[in-house]
Design a protein around this ligand. Structure first.
Ligand code: G6D
Length: 327
């Protein structure tokens, strides 16, 4: 693995290039993904994230989101009598992505562990009790593992709290498989292993979970843009910005995928999480899409038995894997 160190606005960056021609550039600010370059079907190295025009750390580009991802209704929750009062940064009512004090703005520590067939970059951050309005001290590690002989990245979130608390951690990288943003993501082929999707209110809070209609059914791979102008897709969101509830979780199955005929590059996402929020970059003409693997965004209110609550005895441990191939 070739490893190059650098810096971005005073935070460390690290670029890892494997023997299969993939370069992943990471940054300690937000423990995030700055860039991913993979070879297309002609062997030309292509940027597959929307780095080019948004810039790192803008619009949450590539960043770790926490302590919670997505929208928590009324910006408050309670666990065992303890009440969290979060920033109301969604219409002045709800919390979005942990508020401005979220993990996306923190500078993490960095450690690199190299082995023969893969290299780990471990980002660490100790979040104090009360930060962002959440309770409990939390020791967080975000680990990126880059494989040497295949274009595969695993991203693991491990966190130990000192009391029972809520976490729902994701990464907010924007994808476009054409490489270098040569076509809108609506021209690309999407698969999502989900037969249920969240119903949203006008503040994009999940109010119920419905079976997918054709507009939200990606179980047979098809163009992301096929129904993009449909009223049910545009309502409140102006495109996809919905939690899809996966028909099974685990690193042995594909949760979702994105493929561009133009480049031949295909991304497959696997995850231990039950849900993927698909945000189709709705205010840029659908330049890219996020696949935010996570728990139900408002699970603490709606499915508290499966929402990311962790304890000192049962720490938080979730993994998402990204695999790039060429067809
Ligand atoms: C998220 O679901 C949300 C979007 O609504 C938001 O605009 C974006 O992050 C910045 O994925």
């Amino acid at each position: 693995m070739k490893i190059e160190n650098g810096s971005y606005e005073g935070a460390k960056t690290i670029a890892l290039t494997n023997k299969s021609g993939m370069t992943l550039t990471l940054c300690a600010l937000g423990a995030g993904i700055m860039s991913i370059k993979v070879p297309d079907r002609d062997g030309i190295s292509r940027e597959v994230t929307r780095l080019a025009d948004s810039g790192y750390a803008k619009e949450y580009h590539g960043l770790t989101i926490g302590r919670t991802s997505g929208r928590i209704e009324n910006a408050t929750f309670e666990i065992d009598g303890k009440i969290a009062k979060l920033e109301k940064n969604n219409h002045g009512v709800d919390n979005l992505h942990g508020g401005k004090d979220g993990f996306h703005g923190k500078v993490f520590s960095v450690a690199v562990n190299a082995a023969a067939d893969c290299t780990d970059v471990v980002f660490g951050y100790d979040s104090p009790d009360g930060e962002g309005g959440y309770f409990g001290n939390v020791k967080l590690a975000v680990t990126y593992r880059v494989y040497e002989n295949e274009n595969k990245i695993t991203m693991s979130f491990d966190a130990t709290p000192d009391c029972k608390t809520l976490l729902n951690l994701t990464n907010h990288v924007y994808w476009n498989m054409s490489g270098d943003l040569r076509e809108p993501v609506t021209d690309q082929t999407v698969y999502i292993n989900a037969s249920r999707v969240g119903r949203l209110n006008e503040r994009l809070i999940v109010v119920d979970i419905d079976p997918v209609t054709p507009q939200f059914d990606f179980r047979k791979p098809r163009k992301m843009g096929e129904y993009i102008t449909d009223e049910s897709v545009q309502r409140h969101t102006h495109g996809y910005d919905h939690p899809f509830f996966l028909d099974g979780r685990g690193l042995d199955k594909t949760a979702c995928s994105l493929y561009s005929q133009t480049s031949g590059i295909k991304l497959e996402v696997k995850t231990t999480y039950p849900c993927v929020v698909v945000f189709g970059d709705n205010f840029t003409g659908y330049k890219s899409t996020c696949f935010e693997c996570q728990y139900h965004p408002d699970g603490i209110h709606q499915c508290p038995d499966d929402c990311g609550v962790c304890t000192p005895e049962k720490p938080y441990a979730e993994t998402t894997e990204y695999v790039f191939t060429v067809k």
